[in-house]
Design a protein around this ligand. Structure first.
Ligand code: FAD
Length: 397
């Protein structure tokens, strides 16, 4: 196992770290305030700076203005971007756009790339990924997929109901997963649907426990006889489930690295408070029960980092199938670690921790989704347990 990032990537990571800490973190609150009024002045200014510094869309090929970084390279940068909730948006690497760019790049026709990928890479438009449906449709179990796409000449006609399409309302296009046959493996297809296409009904923004911010607004859609041309298909008819896996595994790792970056920043803030706050005649860090929280959380972040980088190195080596249970393990561990670190951060800061004078409450409410989105804990546990019993996941690598 060698996670050595090499001198070039190490230097790049340092640049991203400095940009996040020096340029983005001081403007976080302003970006949030503007976003509440649906303004993006500060964010757009930072985007221009990031582009000028050569840090914009680093995951994309040079032809799209990026640096063509692989999964490991992205992991190296994402842990720095994760330090701020708004940083991924500044570098135009936020979910769901980053995963959607990847899908279009690998599986979109040249016409789709010109129409949607080019402006998405520029940051002129945004996108959404529409897989999940309200019960009884697709959720933790994608085989419940109910949205249908029926062939009609050289077109497909889509009917269905989706929700939790993150960023869907503001998106220029939606990647919609629809059933094209009853086959459990090849029965789904992904379509690129223009957000303004006739028959796309935006039902509502779903109110959630976390404050909507930037792309992280949850849309509900109904599709009524939405017609798309055959070239709106990503890959081939029947590739939907396969492409979803291919999109989700690396996207899961980039989530993990963002979450680790945030957990690391929260733990640093705890260190600052606990080394200066006196209680019962000594600073908090000299109370062993507090020290134990630092020990547990430092270990949890480190384990998460190793799990994620190990899985990323498997993907880099082309072991996509073998990497899947490791990505589930990493995702489950890191999602829980983030929630625990933030819960402990609230505890260590006492009343201050519970107040909105510090960001832990806001972060925690958003972080809680990590244990549900992209498959709930239990489903990933099933994958890990099953593959361990089958002998396809080795715990000593
Ligand atoms: C903030 C947020 C953003 C999201 N963004 C998107 C997006 O952009 N696009 C998109 O398509 N979807 C998105 N989702 C949806 C997300 O992927 C689903 O919520 C998730 O897959 C779970 O599906 P469900 O909500 O239908 O839960 P259900 O399928 O109803 O499951 C409910 C619960 O049942 C339990 N459960 C399910 N299966 C098992 C099992 N095998 N064993 C034991 N227990 C089980 C789990 O506790 C689970 O939480 C988002 C969700 C959130 C919260």
């Amino acid at each position: 196992m060698d996670f050595g990032f090499g001198p070039e990537l190490t230097a790049l990571r340092g640049e991203v770290r400095r940009f996040v800490d020096e340029r983005i973190v001081p403007l976080e609150a302003q970006i949030v305030r503007e976003d509440r009024e649906r303004r993006r002045v500060t964010l757009e200014g930072l985007r221009r700076e990031a582009r000028a510094a050569g840090l914009y869309v680093p995951h994309l090929p040079e032809s799209y203005g990026g640096r063509n970084l692989g999964v490991l390279g992205m992991c190296a940068l994402f842990r720095e971007m994760g330090r701020s909730f708004v940083a991924a948006a500044v570098f135009n690497c936020d979910a769901p756009d980053q995963g959607n760019m990847d899908l279009l790049l690998r599986h979109g026709s040249e016409a789709l790339k010109a129409q949607y990928l080019a402006p998405l890479a520029e940051g002129d438009i945004t996108s959404a990924f529409c897989m999940t449906e309200p019960a009884p449709g697709a959720g933790a179990d994608p085989s419940n997929l109910r949205t249908r796409a029926e062939e009609a000449g050289d077109e497909f006609v889509i009917n269905g109901h989706k929700w939790y399409s993150t960023g869907g309302d503001a998106a220029r296009f939606l990647i919609v997963m629809a059933r094209t046959s009853p086959d459990p493996r090849t029965g789904a297809t992904m379509f690129v649907v223009d957000r303004e296409a006739k028959g796309v009904e935006h039902v509502r923004e779903i109110p959630t426990m976390s404050e909507p911010l930037l792309a992280h607004r949850e849309a509900e859609f109904r599709f009524h006889d939405v017609r798309v041309k055959r070239d709106a298909i990503l890959g081939q008819v029947g590739d939907g489930f396969r492409l979803a896996q291919a999109r989700l595994v690396p996207a899961r790792l980039t989530h993990c690295m963002r979450w680790l970056g945030l957990a690391d920043r929260a733990l640093e803030m705890c260190k600052e408070y606990a080394t200066t706050r006196h209680s019962f005649g000594k600073t908090l860090v000299h109370h062993q029960l507090i020290l134990k929280k630092f020990a547990d959380n430092a270990a949890a972040i480190h384990i998460g980092n190793l799990l994620t980088l190990h899985c990323a190195s498997m993907l880099e080596a082309g072991q996509e199938r073998e990497a899947r249970p490791y990505s589930s393990m990493a995702k489950n561990h890191v999602a829980k670690a983030l929630c625990q670190v933030l819960d402990d951060a609230i505890q260590i800061h006492g009343g201050l921790g519970f107040s909105d004078d510090v960001p832990f409450g806001t972060w925690y409410r958003a972080a809680r989704a990590a244990r549900i989105a992209d498959g709930p804990d239990e489903v990933h546990d099933v994958v890990v347990g099953r593959d361990y019993l089958r002998g396809t996941l080795r715990v000593l690598v």
